[in-house]
Design a protein around this ligand. Structure first.
Ligand SMILES: Nc1ncnc2c1ncn2[C@@H]1O[C@H](COP(=O)(O)OP(=O)(O)O)[C@@H](O)[C@H]1O
Ligand SMILES: [Mg+2]
Length: 221
């Protein structure tokens, strides 16, 4: 089972948007997908509740209130997380993941918060031991703005404890498509291709990373 965690202590950066999109993408491929929501706000569960009948199935787990039992035959466990997570709860979430995607918004405040947060992540034993892989995604970017450029420059510089770069996978633009998706229990991958072609293309490096060994922990010899 692949386990993918959406993480960033900052609220509103796109954790739920990315979690629901990754869940829908793999469900559309016929994979058995579980979406576990660790945020007491339950946004991922609200999205699932709005999902129209007949769409590829995604099983939801309200993980903030129950101990989660992930069905044995699950192909993908997608974990959505709350804002403000640090300390022991942060380590516990990281413990569940093979791969961590960190969405970051283009604002000086968000960039500073991400810097602080990635510093915290880099101090965790599991990250130091490369038993989990990290990558970043710029989200809700107004293209060709100064803030977009600053965010790109920053994300290209983030380093792991080893000194290697944290892969910066994608720039997702600010788009009504994501707002519509959030409201309707759908993903941009389920809207008409003509309307979403640009946004779909932005995701390609996210999925090529997730589908490659680069997103998997080093196997212990
Ligand atoms: N790329 C985007 N374009 C437009 N709206 C977005 C985009 N990403 C997220 N949003 C919207 O921004 C808000 C916060 O995103 P969300 O995924 O809920 O963040 P988080 O889960 O980190 O708090 C939501 O209303 C969501 O629909
Ligand atoms: Mg959320």
């Amino acid at each position: 089972m692949r386990s993918i965690l959406l993480l960033n202590a900052k609220g509103g950066c796109g954790k739920t948007t990315l979690a629901t999109h990754i869940a829908a993408y793999y469900a559309l491929q016929g994979k058995r997908v579980v979406l576990a929501d660790f945020d007491p706000l339950g946004s991922s569960m609200d999205w699932l509740a709005a999902r129209p009948a007949g769409r590829p199935r995604i099983r939801g787990l309200a993980a903030w209130q129950n101990t989660i039992r992930v069905p044995k035959n699950t192909d993908y466990l997608i974990i959505d997380s709350p804002a403000g997570v640090s300390g022991r709860p942060l380590a516990n979430l990281v413990q569940r993941a093979d791969s961590i995607l960190i969405p970051v918004l283009p604002s000086p405040l968000d960039i500073r918060a991400a810097e602080h947060f990635i510093g915290q992540l880099n101090a965790l034993r599991k990250v130091l031991d490369i038993q989990v892989k990290l990558a970043t995604v710029a989200n809700r970017v107004e293209e060709n703005t100064l803030a977009a450029g600053d965010l790109g420059d920053y994300l290209e510089m983030i380093k792991l404890p080893s000194g290697k770069q944290v892969p910066y996978l994608a720039l997702l633009r600010a788009s009504q498509n994501y707002i519509r998706a959030a409201e309707s229990g759908l993903s941009i991958f389920e809207f008409s291709p003509s309307r979403t072609q640009y946004d779909r293309a932005c995701w390609s490096r996210v999925f090529s990373w997730l589908d490659s060994k680069r997103s998997l922990p080093a196997t212990s010899a």
